[in-house]
Design a protein. Sequence first.
Length: 278
Amino acid sequence: MLKSQRLAVLPIDAYDLDSELSVVDQHEYGGDYDAFTFGSWSSHVLANGTGADSDTAFRPHDGRLTLTDLGKRLPNIMALVTDNFPLERLQWVRVFSLRDGLISPHVDFLEFSEPGTRLQVPLRTSEESLHSENESVYHIRRGEVWKIHSTDPHSARSTSRTARLSLCLDFADAEEPIEIRNQVPATEPIRIVERPEPTDAELRDLIESGRDFTPATMRPAFRRFAELHFERRAHATAAFDWYVEAARLTGDEDMVAKARAFRTYCVEKRGDGEKFDW
């Protein structure tokens, strides 16, 4: 059962976004979350607690929401935020870009004592752009506002060559509802993607690929394991189980330990500011 929720649909066509999305396309990314990402994924900060463009690693804060230089260049995107969402608890405004890439299954807020509320609103997307949570895979349409259940394992993938750009809003407090203004009626049902069960041959071929693992290829090899969840019915964390089993075929205990450690880092435990060393 999907825990993430579609909260609303916004009148997104009322905002002239195309030129600003091009600005995001050309904006550089600092690489804070490279351990989780495969292919082309990037995070672009429009507002945070300091207003500094260099302040890109998410963390809760008690400061006032302040525009970065990038946010100042994107007045229409920021108007979409300020017109439709309360600002009192809003701590971060970011745009996530995903093009021909994947985010590893992961759990958010492991580093922090209190989870917040994370909303996503696609500004540009296509049918090739998918989210997942536990066993479910789903598509978020342009202008839909989704509350992401980020404390369960979840992931995202896009096979499109055009970047999906999704507005990400982080609010303090996981329990207090977010009052969204100016909603328009939803005209389409939530899109859940049905997938067939993986075959024994598919899983055998995937796990046997571990015989070719080397310390240099382990990281890029994980992408194939995580992608199968989007094609076949399986829990998001099954990718880690398959990956560890594949690593055992190398006979190298260091690589097995690395595969296990990556699972721990993504979905079980990590410290504030901790980086994963491949």
